[in-house]
Write a protein that binds this ligand. Structure first.
Ligand code: NAD
Ligand code: DAU
Length: 348
């Protein structure tokens, strides 16, 4: 099987590419990534010279490049992971999100349709999406696959739009698609603009921990390798045209998660208990901040026998250990453009 994975140098993509390259030596994997600020080839050092792997630097919006790659490799499947993924950046620059997340996705769908023509047998376009397309929950309830779309941020609106295009290609042209909508991921290689790695990095450097609003928003956290296992399962065994929700059954209020993180960091850094918590600073809330996400993952549990494997406390501890053991990686990704971003995002 020849597979195109997009966005394979980002957080989830890194784990996805490494998993497929190692687990399926008889598949050939092409990783197409633009290497934006979020993409980093250092993440893939361990597999970069594998015989069944090739990296291509490029943009999913580049029509000619995508045509050329399909001609050259005759892909049987696409796992589409590339995206602009950070909500705060989408609030500042929505058009970048429309371009990559909407136009880039349609460009890939169109290439699949043209190259696979009327022979869709054993072909798959897998779209990796987010639970944010469903909007925001109150205190009760869970997102199911039937929950109506209600995106609230430019990021989630762009992902919702791309989901609609994927389904439109299924219904209109019969393109064999699969989709999954996952909750918040955490783990090694996550870019430190997202809550957990940003706060680990700030605690390490004794910098303020900027909690948006009152810190009472709730997220459902899943270890990234559990997400990748779910993607593998859906890609191979999921039904064509179906959507699967993926989540951790693991809801945390931000402030509770942050306190837990502070405690663990104090312990691991040998600091006095309570010292990291003193860095907590309440700042202006994110515009349109979704209050609560929580996933009903019973469909994938029943249909495909997938369950999250790692308890959050263990996953969080492993994640902190990884960042502490990879301070050079953190230092590298937080130099340059990151400083301007940080200044702009957190200076008021
Ligand atoms: P990320 O920002 O860490 O990585 C995105 C990758 O895509 C980067 O390597 C970047 O260089 C690449 N990219 C961006 N624009 C591109 C373009 N135009 N052409 C080619 N490559 C491009 O994102 P992530 O957190 O790994 O998320 C991956 C996917 O999973 C996204 O589609 C996101 O919506 C989805 N998702 C993420 C989470 C999460 O918690 N991180 C949860 C559910 C779903
Ligand atoms: O639910 C899945 C989504 O999870 C993915 O689709 C997105 O790509 C991913 O970025 C993530 O979105 P969130 O907005 O939930 O993640 P983030 O890490 O940015 O924020 C998590 C929570 O923490 C959210 O309620 C906002 C809050 N927060 C975040 C940052 C960066 C803060 O309080 N302070 C911060 O500095």
């Amino acid at each position: 099987m020849k597979l195109l994975i997009t966005g394979g140098a980002g957080f989830i993509g890194t784990h996805l590419v490494a998993h497929f390259v190692r687990k399926y030596p008889n598949y050939f994997i092409v990783n197409l990534d633009k290497l934006t600020y979020a993409g980093n080839l250092e993440n893939l050092k361990a597999i970069e010279s594998a015989e069944n792997y090739k990296f291509v630097k490029g943009d999913i919006c580049d029509v000619e490049l995508i045509q050329q790659l399909f001609q050259e490799y005759q892909f049987d499947g696409v796992l589409h992971c590339a995206a602009e993924s950070h909500v705060d950046r989408s609030i500042k620059d929505p058009l970048a999100f429309v371009r990559t997340n909407v136009i880039g996705t349609v460009n890939l769908l169109q290439a699949c349709k043209e190259h696979w023509k009327d022979n869709f047998t054993n072909k798959t376009f897998y779209h990796i999406s987010t639970d944010e397309v469903y909007g925001s929950l109150g205190e009760e309830g869970l997102f199911t696959e039937e929950t109506a779309y209600d995106p609230r941020s430019p990021y989630s609106a762009s992902k919702a739009s791309s989901d609609h295009f994927v389904r439109a290609y299924y219904h209109t042209y019969g393109l064999p698609v699969k989709l999954s909508n996952c909750s918040n991921n955490y783990g090694p290689y996550q870019f430190p603009e997202k809550l957990i790695p940003l706060f680990i990095n700030n605690i390490l450097h004794n910098k303020p921990l900027p909690v948006y609003g009152q810190g009472i928003n709730v997220r459902d956290w899943l270890y990234v390798k559990d997400h990748v296992r779910a993607i593998d399962t859906i890609f191979h065994d999921g039904d064509v045209g179906e959507t699967y929700n993926i989540g951790g059954h693991n809801e945390w209020r931000n402030i509770d998660l942050i306190r837990q993180l502070c405690l663990l960091m104090d312990e691991k850094l040998g600091r006095e208990t309570g010292s990291s918590e003193q860095l907590i600073t309440y700042v202006t809330d994110r515009a349109g901040h979704d209050m609560r996400y929580a996933i009903d993952a019973s469909k994938i549990g029943k249909a495909l026998n997938w369950q999250p494997s790692l308890q959050f406390e263990e996953g969080l501890s492993k994640t902190i250990d990884w960042y502490l053991a990879n301070e050079a990686w953190l230092a590298q990704v937080t130099s340059g453009e990151y400083r301007n971003y940080y200044q702009e995002q957190y200076s008021h």
